[in-house]
Write a protein that binds this ligand. Structure first.
Ligand code: NDP
Length: 254
């Protein structure tokens, strides 16, 4: 189906070497895109690129710390030089430091803001000239339920993820005239390395998630495959600035 066809397109997925990012990368690859995955862990990057090649896609592993502006520029230039594009940017890299606000240091606050919010701005800014020159592009940002809810152990994470939604809207408004659509997903509780750690650190989290989520299960990276093809392809050409919960109903239930 043409609306979901990404052949001839090049995608760059930050944090694409595991978890939700790899789920998104798989979806883009299956829809025909060439996919560059970026992150810091080189072993996981090589494994992810090999897996995407196994799906028949052109793939590239790019080592990059997205909190470093110079490294972000280099990552986008390497993707451009080796694959072309980028036509599609997925700002998925993210991290959390779970502490109450009174225990969180200013350095830890900054670390989370840099990884989750500033990185999205830097990556979008670095991709913009290529998208503008190509006559359009797609940017998909990864928010969270903590873009809309609060939690005692999540002040920096929640602030950064709330910021991701507002950054999405600002970029969408700024670049609509360039035919660049910018949207955001708000995942519920998804089973990944990040939340496996959270399940160890937060008492009763597993039971809470299962009880509170109407779908009565954790999400999986596979839940993001079709969604990625939608937000990266012509199907979403008139959708911009949106923030879509992908949460099995978590955000609509009491
Ligand atoms: P993972 O820990 O599996 O993925 C996090 C990814 O981000 C890794 O690929 C990691 O790669 C990358 N990353 C982190 N910091 C940096 C950095 N400084 N530079 C480059 N890459 C970085 O967890 P998830 O898949 O769960 O998380 C992916 C995104 O989804 C995050 O933004 C997270 O906040 C968001 N999210 C997750 C939810 C969940 O329930 N799992 C719910 C809501 C949102 P590497 O370590 O190699 O650098």
């Amino acid at each position: 189906m043409k609306a979901f066809d990404l052949s001839q397109k090049v995608a760059l997925v930050t944090g694409g070497n595991g978890g939700i990012g790899l789920g998104i990368a798989r979806g883009l690859a299956k829809a025909g895109a060439a996919v560059a995955v970026a992150g810091r862990n080189r072993q996981k990057l090589s494994a992810a690129a090999a897996e995407l090649e196994g799906l028949g896609a052109k793939a590239l592993a790019v080592a990059c710390d997205v909190t470093d502006a110079a490294a972000v520029t280099a990552m986008v230039e390497e993707t451009q030089a080796r694959l072309g594009g980028p036509d599609i940017l997925v700002n998925n890299a993210g991290t959390n430091i779970r502490k109450r606000p009174e225990d969180l240091t200013a350095e830890e606050w900054q670390q989370v803001m840099d990884a989750n919010l500033t990185s999205a701005f830097l990556c979008a800014k670095a991709c913009y000239p290529f998208m503008k020159q190509a006559g359009g592009g797609k940017i998909l940002n990864n928010g969270s339920m903590l873009s809309i809810f609060g939690a005692p152990w999540s002040s920096a994470y929640g602030a950064s993820k709330g910021g991701v939604v507002q950054l999405t809207r600002s970029l969408a408004a700024a670049w609509a005239a360039d035919n660049i659509q910018v949207n955001c997903i708000l995942p519920g509780w998804i089973d990944t390395d990040l939340t496996r750690l959270a399940r160890r650190e937060v008492d009763g989290l597993n039971d809470h998630v299962l009880k509170r989520t109407p779908a009565a299960r954790w999400g999986r990276p596979e839940d993001f495959e079709g969604l990625a093809a939608f937000f990266a392809g012509p199907a979403s050409d008139f959708v911009t600035g949106a923030a879509l919960p992908v949460d099995g109903g978590f955000s609509i239930s009491l």
